[in-house]
Design a protein around this ligand. Structure first.
Ligand code: PXL
Length: 272
């Protein structure tokens, strides 16, 4: 059987486990042919490091995509993450014609956390991300990103009704499936809530709230979730695998106090 093909559009942070350096290995390990369209090359991710270098690849990206078109290369899904330059949003929308019938545009609007935009980003990226969300089939923001997309004040711990409003507000923007991550309705439990527009159903999964948080876990969560979605798993099973994967990554990483820039997802993949 031919493996499904996915292309992930996000940056390469050369050091620090996030974006393409986690999406590519995770999706490959789940059995997908995983192409990459790097949006920029950074020396490290922008969370906690100072003086990071950035090589923007906006000019190179259309050339790569044009070559793929000439070669008649198509994908079953396009998975977008951190985007550092607003000009790249139009290119991503333009890539929709490279999707096989039934193919999916999946957007993780990776741009913010803990109430704040990532340091290298600005309101123009938020506006571009809103436009991309309108075009997407599936989106997976965290609470901060959902608030930015909806242009509502940040609320660290929205309750069930608030999350419901946010899910429906985001679905009204366009996507068929909306997944909000980092949700907690109960002390000590953290998880994700998903909403599908066609049946109006909400699905949720919660697990142990690990006290320590690490960069890159959102990207790993999205990669595992997308792998499960493309395998045709139920939304509940997708949420469960992605949430438990992150808990296992944090458990694997916490004993090593020198490991602070990301999580040891490789150890978790190796055990699955
Ligand atoms: O993990 C999200 C992410 C991706 N890419 C870059 C980042 C971050 C988060 O800080 O800085 C460059």
């Amino acid at each position: 059987m031919t493996a499904k093909k996915i292309v992930s559009v996000q940056d390469i942070s050369c050091y620090g486990q996030c974006s393409l350096t986690v999406a590519q290995p995770v999706l490959s390990a789940y059995g997908f042919e995983t192409a990459i369209l790097p949006s920029a090359i950074l020396s490290t991710h922008t969370g906690g490091f100072t003086g990071f270098t950035v090589l923007d690849l906006t000019d190179e990206m259309p050339k790569i995509v044009d070559h793929w078109r000439k070669e008649k290369i198509t994908f079953d899904a396009i998975y977008t993450g951190y985007i550092g330059d607003t000009r790249q949003f139009a290119l991503i929308k333009d890539m929709r014609d490279m999707l096989n019938p039934g193919g999916l545009l999946i957007c993780d609007p990776a741009m913010a956390d803990h109430g704040k935009l990532y340091v290298a980003l600005n309101e123009n990226i938020v506006a571009g991300m809103r436009e991309l969300v309108r075009e997407s089939d599936i989106i997976m923001p965290n609470i901060t990103e959902a608030c930015f997309l909806l242009d509502i004040p940040y609320n660290e711990r929205p309750g069930r009704e608030e999350i419901d409003r946010m899910l429906k507000g985001l679905a009204d923007m366009g996507p068929e499936t909306v997944i909000i991550t980092g949700v907690s309705f109960e002390e000590g439990r953290l998880g994700a809530v998903a909403y599908t527009k066609k049946d109006g159903k909400t699905v949720e999964y919660f697990t142990t709230w690990m006290e320590k948080s690490y960069h890159g876990t959102g990207d790993i969560f999205s990669s595992v979730l997308i792998a499960n979605l493309l395998k045709g798993k139920s939304l509940y099973d997708c949420l469960k695998d992605a949430c438990e994967f992150i808990v296992d990554c944090i458990k694997e990483t916490m004993p090593d106090e020198s490991h602070v820039y990301g999580v040891k997802f490789e150890q978790v993949l190796a055990k699955r």
